[in-house]
Write a protein that binds this ligand. Structure first.
Ligand SMILES: [Zn+2]
Ligand SMILES: [Zn+2]
Length: 281
C-alpha cells in the first residue's frame, strides 16, 4: 500500500491511499485543479478513484470537493453527521454519499476502511485506518486530543499520517485572538507537537515504521520544531522509525507500507528514486 499527501496543513488537506489497484482520496481540501495535478503525478486518472473519504466538513478538508466531483460518479464516504453537514453545503452529493457507523469497518473494493471518532469541534469528525489485509495505514488529523479510540486505531499501523498542528510557545505568543488560541488548544481543537510526540511514541512502540507529521499550522508551527519535539519523544526508537513532515501546500513523497510490489512503479511517474520510500516488512 502507499500514501501520498497532495497537501497537508491548516489551509488544505488531501491524500491518496492505495493498494495499487483500489485508490482512495482522503479529503478534498484543495482546488480540483491541484487534486487533478496530484493524481496525474501519481499516474492516476480521477475516474480510477474508488471513493473519497471525508474526515469532516471544515473547509480545509472539502473546499475542492464539489468541482472535483463534477462529471464523474465517484462515491463519497462520511459519517452520518458529516454527511448531513455536507448535504447542506453541497446538495449535489445526495445521490452518491455513503454513510458509515463510527468504528465499523466497510470495504471499498480491495481495501478495508475503519473510521474512528476524533474529538474535533464538529460532530461526526473521524480519522481512518485503512488496510489491504497485509499493510495498514492510518490518517489521524484534526484530533483535538488522543483518546483511547485514536490510540487503538493507530496501534500497529505500518504508516501513520499524524497531526502535529502547533508548537505551544508559538501559539501562545502568536497573533491569534485569545478565543482562537483556546479553541486550538482545547481537547476539541488540534494536536500540539508535544501531544503528537506522545502519540508517535505509542505508535512506534506498537510497530509503526513511518510517521508522517501533517496538518501543521502555517502561523503556529515549523517543520523543524515539529520534528524536534516529536523526534525527542521517539528518541528511544531512532533508527527504527522514519519521521518526516508532509509538505503543507504541495504533493509529498510516496510512502509505502507493507511489502513492496514491482507494480507500484506504475505510480512513480515523473519521480526520482528518492521520492519513493519503503516502510514495513
Ligand atoms: Zn477541522
Ligand atoms: Zn483541518
Amino acid at each position: 500500500m502507499f500514501l501520498c499527501t497532495l497537501a497537508s496543513g491548516s489551509s488544505g488537506n488531501c491524500a491518496v491511499v492505495s493498494n495499487g489497484e483500489t485508490h482512495l482520496l482522503v479529503d478534498a481540501g484543495i482546488s480540483a485543479r491541484r487534486i487533478q495535478a496530484g493524481l496525474t503525478r501519481l499516474n492516476l486518472r480521477r475516474e480510477q478513484l474508488a471513493g473519497v473519504l471525508i474526515t469532516h466538513e471544515h473547509t480545509d478538508h472539502i473546499s475542492g470537493l464539489s468541482v472535483f466531483l463534477k462529471k464523474n460518479e465517484i462515491p463519497v464516504y462520511a459519517s452520518k453527521e458529516t454527511a448531513q453537514a455536507l448535504l447542506c453545503l453541497l446538495p449535489m452529493l445526495r445521490e452518491r454519499i455513503h454513510t458509515f457507523r463510527l468504528g465499523t469497518s466497510f470495504a471499498v473494493d480491495g481495501l478495508e476502511v475503519t473510521p474512528f471518532p476524533t474529538w474535533h469541534d464538529t460532530p461526526g469528525s473521524v480519522g481512518y485506518r485503512i488496510t489491504n489485509g497485509k499493510a495498514r495505514i492510518a490518517v489521524a488529523t484534526d484530533l483535538g486530543c488522543v483518546t483511547r479510540q485514536v490510540a487503538d486505531a493507530i496501534e500497529g499501523v505500518d504508516l501513520l499520517l499524524l497531526e502535529a498542528n502547533y508548537d505551544r510557545d508559538m501559539l501562545r505568543s502568536g497573533s491569534y485572538p485569545a478565543f482562537l488560541k483556546r479553541r486550538i488548544e482545547s481537547d476539541y481543537g488540534h494536536l500540539s507537537n508535544e501531544d503528537a510526540g506522545r502519540a508517535a511514541a505509542w505508535a512506534m512502540q506498537n510497530g509503526t515504521k513511518t510517521i508522517l507529521l501533517g496538518h501543521l499550522s502555517k502561523e503556529n508551527n515549523q517543520a523543524q520544531r515539529a520534528l524536534e519535539t516529536v523526534g525527542g519523544a521517539c528518541a528511544g526508537g531512532i533508527g527504527t522509525v522514519r519521521l518526516e513532515v508532509a509538505p503543507r501546500s504541495e504533493p509529498g513523497l510516496i510512502y509505502f507500507a507493507g511489502e513492496s510490489n514491482v507494480e507500484y512503479t506504475d505510480f512513480m511517474c515523473g519521480q526520482t528514486e528518492r521520492d519513493v520510500l519503503y516502510t514495513g516488512g
